[in-house]
Design a binder for this molecule. Structure first.
Ligand code: HSE
Length: 306
């Protein structure tokens, strides 16, 4: 096999109570990439459509993630990369993670799978380091494994795949303002109180238990963030109204997707997820901000060949 076309899913990171450790892959939105072997050593971005992003290998997240893989591989050729972006950069649904994971996953397939999925997460994290200054894994892990994933530990890296309840749907609204992850990390506090910690890890444990037991009420009760959301939500116009509307429309919970500005809600069943989408749209129509809405099942496969 010399060439692969792949679908690279969008992802929701943090999921309210799991800052930097929890993420989930979406089904209905993602990028496409073509990765091709070439005898010339190195990584070459030959096409980039849909977004205005750098094509130089060292300045492109797919390029940097690909180089991380190439450096640990005994393959003495290289790869060409074509990127077709549907996920907008700075939208909060894992745009950089989609490009990084698509590159390393396809390269691993083309080389006969010398690396484990966990090792691919490490390579893809180099793309995240370039994009945000921090090599967080909460978008790249679900993009590679599919479904929900927990980063139990960064040192050493320990990724735990989590069950995806079959009736769970995500609604994501992207108000068209750009928030750079690097900027929205700078405003966070670096210390929390024990009281805040207790609330947060109680919810994180509850959410994981709810996902495994498919207890939708428990999932809903656990979708709370007492640490990051109060700070970051200030950057997102209409956040409180969107959240209120989503919950009134039957969502289990609602919060900031990754570093924003996208806002996600989880619902039991597609009909509720659609109602939630309408209520979210109303808020941005009223304040006059352009927006995209996605309603998606949980993607349990992750990045895949198409
Ligand atoms: N955990 C990261 C953050 C995700 O919130 O900064 C960025 O998509």
């Amino acid at each position: 096999m010399e060439e692969l076309r792949v679908f690279c899913p969008a992802t929701i990171a943090n999921i309210s109570c799991g800052f930097d450790v929890l993420g989930v892959a979406l089904d209905s939105v993602g990028d496409e990439m073509v990765i091709r072997k070439t005898p010339k050593k190195g990584i070459f971005i030959t096409k980039l459509e849909g977004q205005d992003l750098p094509m130089e290998t060292e300045r492109n997240v797919a390029g940097v993630a690909g180089l991380a893989l190439l450096n640990e591989s005994d393959y003495d050729g290289g790869f060409e990369i074509e990127i077709y972006k549907n996920i907008k950069a700075g939208s909060g649904i894992g745009s950089s993670a989609a490009s990084s994971t698509g590159a390393v996953w396809a390269m691993n397939q083309l080389l006969g799978k010398p690396f484990t999925t966990s090792k691919l997460v490490e390579f893809a994290m180099e793309g995240e380091r370039l994009a945000s200054g921090v090599a967080h894994a909460d978008n790249v892990a679900p993009a590679l494994f599919g479904g929900f994933t927990l980063v139990r530990s960064y040192e050493p890296l320990d990724i735990i795949p989590i069950n995806s309840p079959s009736e769970l749907f995500a609604t994501v609204i992207h108000p068209q303002i750009e928030i750079k992850t690097s900027d929205s990390r700078k405003i966070l506090k670096t210390h929390i109180t024990l009281k805040e910690g207790i609330k947060q890890w109680g919810n994180l444990g509850g959410l994981i238990a709810g996902l495994f037991t498919e207890d939708y009420d428990l999932i809903g009760r656990s979708l709370e963030d007492h640490i990051v959301e109060p700070i970051r939500s200030i950057l997102i116009p209409g956040f409180n109204d969107v959240k209120k509307g989503a919950l009134t429309s039957g969502a289990l919970g609602c919060g900031i997707s990754g570093s924003g500005p996208s806002i996600f809600a989880f619902s039991k069943g597609e009909a509720t997820a659609k109602k939630v989408a309408l209520s979210m749209k109303k808020v941005y129509e009223k304040i006059g901000i352009d927006h995209d809405v996605h309603i998606s099942k949980i993607n349990t496969e992750g990045v895949k060949e198409i």
